[in-house]
Design a protein around this ligand. Structure first.
Ligand SMILES: Nc1ncnc2c1ncn2[C@@H]1O[C@H](COP(=O)(O)OP(=O)(O)OP(=O)(O)O)[C@@H](O)[C@H]1O
Ligand SMILES: [Mg+2]
Length: 324
């Protein structure tokens, strides 16, 4: 089959059971206890992207309601339905009728941090009123965006970025199922570009697989518009040696050949700066540079010209080399 027509692997390999979720051990264990007791509190799943929040909510519901999922489980993506109408209409209608062959229904609001303030207040009343028949799971990236009275009604589970071993476990499973050759170096590259986000990791793997069954470090960096760490490191070293023209050539290569955006480059410069050996750049200088990177990053986000900002940032690095 043409791999372009295939289901995205993030959906194809989304965990169907809690046992298939990697990492987040303590959370998964608690959720299994809820399944066993067929009862659960209102919950909030908070944490960074791609670490299993939606997957856990869906797997929990599937295990809890096996045959009666549709009658008892309502899934809404709050970013499509941010307003109060949905809370007053669809959610209320679902919440107020009795659960089918179960103690309660579950209403799952994905990306609930995009609910408007009014909608959150309406939701709070709905949660209170229908506690006998319905439980809520709210997924958020930032729990602070949810009003306090809702937070205090929920048990908050904080999901963390996935560890490299957890990413590897899942990636190896996918590689096996898709008959890919995935070596140590490629796995390292995926871990580097994905920052503990398994969605990003899986997408990179699927992207690289279009180039061939053998997944290499190169192909991962190519499809993810990221430079190899060493390329960025070399650029920083050139800057510290005050070789401005060479730095500019490197920037050309990164932005034109790899198609990296200004922000992509800056994020990697930040990472590599922190990783530099103490003999090259001591902690005190690193702290000052991180502060400077923060400032330039802010300018980029505000829409300043990215090429100029990057060159200016690298010019700042020149002040920190051993020659000066
Ligand atoms: N802990 C995990 N175990 C197994 N697979 C995972 C895990 N985390 C993420 N994935 C994979 O990554 C994809 C995205 O995960 P999921 O939708 O659960 O992320 P999320 O935490 O809800 O992210 P977001 O905050 O962006 O909504 C899933 O389809 C799944 O394949
Ligand atoms: Mg999600």
């Amino acid at each position: 089959m043409n791999p372009n027509l295939e289901l995205p692997w993030v959906e194809k390999y989304r965990p169907k059971k809690l046992n298939e979720v990697v990492g987040q051990k303590i959370i998964v264990q608690r959720l299994k206890e809820y399944v066993n007791s067929k009862n659960m509190p209102h919950m909030m799943f908070a944490g960074p992207a791609g670490c299993g929040k939606t997957s856990c909510a869906v797997a929990l519901a599937k295990e809890m309601y096996t045959d009666h999922l549709e009658q008892n489980f309502l899934e809404l993506n709050a970013s499509d339905t941010r307003g109060i109408d949905v809370v007053r209409g669809q959610i209320k209608d679902f919440a107020r009728t009795l659960a089918f062959n179960a103690q309660h229904k579950v209403i799952f609001l994905d990306e609930a941090d995009s609910l408007t303030n009014d909608a959150q207040h309406a939701l709070r009343r709905t949660m209170e009123k229908y506690t006998k028949t319905a439980r809520f799971i709210l997924n958020v990236n930032y729990s602070s965006r949810i009003i306090e009275p809702i937070q205090s009604r929920c048990i908050v589970f904080r999901f963390s970025r996935l560890q490299e071993t957890d990413l590897n476990q899942k990636l190896n499973e996918i590689a096996k199922a898709e008959q890919l050759e995935l070596d140590e170096k490629a796995l390292k590259a995926i871990a580097y570009i994905s920052d503990g986000d398994l969605r990003k990791a899986t997408n990179a793997l699927q992207g690289a697989s279009i180039l061939g069954k053998k997944i290499s470090e190169e192909s991962i960096f190519n499809v993810s518009s990221r430079a190899k760490p060493v390329e960025i490191k070399e650029m920083i070293l050139l800057a510290l040696e005050q070789k401005f023209l060479d730095v500019r050539n490197r920037l050309d290569k990164l932005m034109l050949e790899h198609g990296m955006s200004g922000e992509d480059v800056m994020v990697q410069v930040y990472k590599e700066t922190l990783d530099l050996d103490e003999t090259i750049l001591d902690t005190k200088k690193k702290i000052e540079l991180v502060n400077i990177i923060g400032e330039y990053n802010f300018r980029l986000v505000q829409g300043a010209n990215e090429r100029i900002q990057l060159e200016a940032l690298m010019a700042q690095f020149m002040k920190f080399g051993n020659k000066s």
